[in-house]
Design a protein around this ligand. Sequence first.
Ligand SMILES: Cc1cc2nc3c(=O)[nH]c(=O)nc-3n(C[C@H](O)[C@H](O)[C@H](O)COP(=O)(O)OP(=O)(O)OC[C@H]3O[C@@H](n4cnc5c(N)ncnc54)[C@H](O)[C@@H]3O)c2cc1C
Length: 552
Amino acid sequence: MTALLITDVLIAGGGPCGLMLANELGRRGIRCLLVDPKPGTAFNPQANATQARTMEHFRHLGFAPEIRAKGLPSDHPTDIAYLTRFSGAELARLRLPTAAAAPQVIKNLSGSWSAAELPHRVSQKYVEVSLRQHAQQRPSVDIRYGWQLKSFTDTGSGVEALVQAIDDTEPLAVRAAYLVGADGARSFVRSQLGIAWGGATGFKRNFMGGKMLAVYLKAPDFYARNPNDRAWMYVVVNPQLRAFIMSVDGVDEFAFHIQMNDDAATEALTEADARRLFAQAYGQDIGIEILSMATWLAGHALVAERFQKGRIFLGGDAVHLFTPTGGLGYNTAVEDAVNLGWKLAAVLKGQAPAALLDSYELERKPLAVRNTTYARQLADSIGLFDAAPELEDDTPAGAQARAAASAYLNGHVRREFNIPGITFGGRYDGSPLIVPDGSTPPPDQPNHYVPSACPGGRPPHAWLDDGRSLYDSFNFEWTLLVLGPEVPDARRFEQAAQQMGLDLKVARHASAELATLYEAPLVLIRPDQIVAWRGPDATRATEVLARAIGNG
Ligand SMILES: Cc1cc2nc3c(=O)[nH]c(=O)nc-3n(C[C@H](O)[C@H](O)[C@H](O)COP(=O)(O)OP(=O)(O)OC[C@H]3O[C@@H](n4cnc5c(N)ncnc54)[C@H](O)[C@@H]3O)c2cc1C
C-alpha cells in the first residue's frame, strides 16, 4: 500500500518562491511539505540582484543581515560598469555602496530611497541556502529535495497528490488542503491545469533578446589583469559581441552570459567555444575553469492567464517569465510567496474565509504584468542600442563613438539599476481587501518613488529617534499604527481583531512627523507590509478588518 502523508500545503518547487513560501507558512506554524527533484538548492548562481523591497521582506522574517553578509566580500564594490571589453575601455559606471556601507548609507537617504534596506548584490544560490535553513528550523516544515510532484487532483475539499523520491520507485500519497506550484518556467502544475501564457515573447534584440549562453566559471586572474576599477557587474558593449558578467564571490567565481545566434550551433557549443568567447569578451585569454554551462532564452514578457484554479495556486516563474533586465524575476517570485503565505495561513487557521485566497491572483497578476513590462522596456533600452563599428578604434571617430556610447550608457545604467519606483511602487489598488480613502495613488514611475500611505501600497518608511526602522516596530502579522502626539482610541481595533482571532499589535509613535507622513493618525498594515486602510478614528474597525481579511 502507498504510504500517506497529511499536510496543509504541498509546495512543488524549492526555488526562491517555494522556499520563501515555506518560511512564510512555517513562521505561522502551518504544516507544509516542499518537494523538488534537484539534489539541493541551486548550484548555478541564477539571479544576482536582491531588490530593496525583497530585503525588507527578509528583514520582516529576521534574516536580512544574514543575506547581506552573503555573496561578495563586505568591502567589494557593487558598481555596474559598461566597457568595450571586460578589461577594455570603460564607457559608463554607476557607483553603488558596498554591503558593509549599505546599512549606514540607507539611514541618510530620503525621498525615493526612504527605505529600511538598500538592494543587495548576491547570487540566488546563496540566498536559497539561507531560505532553506530558516524554513527547515520551523517544526511544521518538511523540505525534501530529490523528490518530485508526479500527479495531483483537486477533490474540491482538498488536494490529493503523489510525490516520489528520484531514487525510489514507491510513490508517497499526499493529502493537503492546498497545492502551490512554485515549479519554475516549465511548471508541471501549470501545464497539468492547462493554464496558458499571456503576454509576449520572442523579442529579438542585439542583446537580451534571443539565445544566451550562460557560463559559471572560475577566473582567478579576472581582477589582477583588469585595469578598470572593480565592479559587481560588467557589461560589454561592442560591435563584435554583447555580454555581461557578475561577480559571484568577489574572488574568482563569475556568472558570464553572452548573446548568441538563434541557431542549432549554439546548442552544440563546447567548453572550448566558451573559453574562446570569454577571452573575446574579456579582451585577452586569462585562463578559466568552467563549472557549468547552459543556454537560456532572453526576450520573454510572459504572464500566465490564471494564478489559481480551485485549491491550486501558482507562483514565481511558473506564472511570470522575464527578461532579466532590472533583475525582477526572482524578486517578483519572492513577493508572490509573501502575498500568498499569510492568506493561506489565515484561511487554514479559520481566521478568514476561503474567498481571501481569490485576492492572490487579483493582486499579483497585475503586478506581474507591470513588472514584466518594465523589464521589457529596460531590455529595449540596452538591447536595441547599437555599438558603433569604430567603437574600439584608436582614432578621432573611435573617440567620438565612445563618447556617444558613454553618454547613452550612463543614462541607461541609471534607468536599469536605480529603480526605487519599480521596487517600492507596486500597488494593489482595486483589490477587494484594500479600503480606499478617496486619495489618488502616486504615479507609477520606474526610477522615482513617492512614499505614500494611500491604501494599497507599501507603507512609507522612516527612521525612528532611537535609530530603529519604523518597520521594526511592525508586528509579524497585523499592525495598527497609532501616530502623532494626540492619542486616538484604538481599542475598537484591538477588540475587533480579538473577536476575529487576528494577531494585531498596536504600534504607537508620538511623532507628529509620522502622522504627517501617513496623513492619518490610524493606519492598518497587513502582514505583507501593505497599507490596508488609514483613517481618523477607530469607528470603522470591525468593517475595515473584515474587509482586509476577505470578509468585506
Ligand atoms: C541567467 C539568469 C539570470 C537571472 N538574473 C536574475 C536577476 O538578476 N534578478 C532576478 O530577480 N531574477 C533573475 N533571474 C530569474 C530568476 O532566476 C528566477 O526568476 C527565479 O529562480 C524564479 O524562482 P522560482 O522559485 O519561481 O523558480 P525556480 O527557481 O525555477 O524554481 C523552481 C523549482 O521547481 C522545481 N520543480 C520543477 N518541476 C517540479 C516538480 N514536478 N515537482 C517539484 N518541483 C519541481 C525545479 O527543480 C526548481 O528547483 C535570472 C534567471 C536567469 C536564467
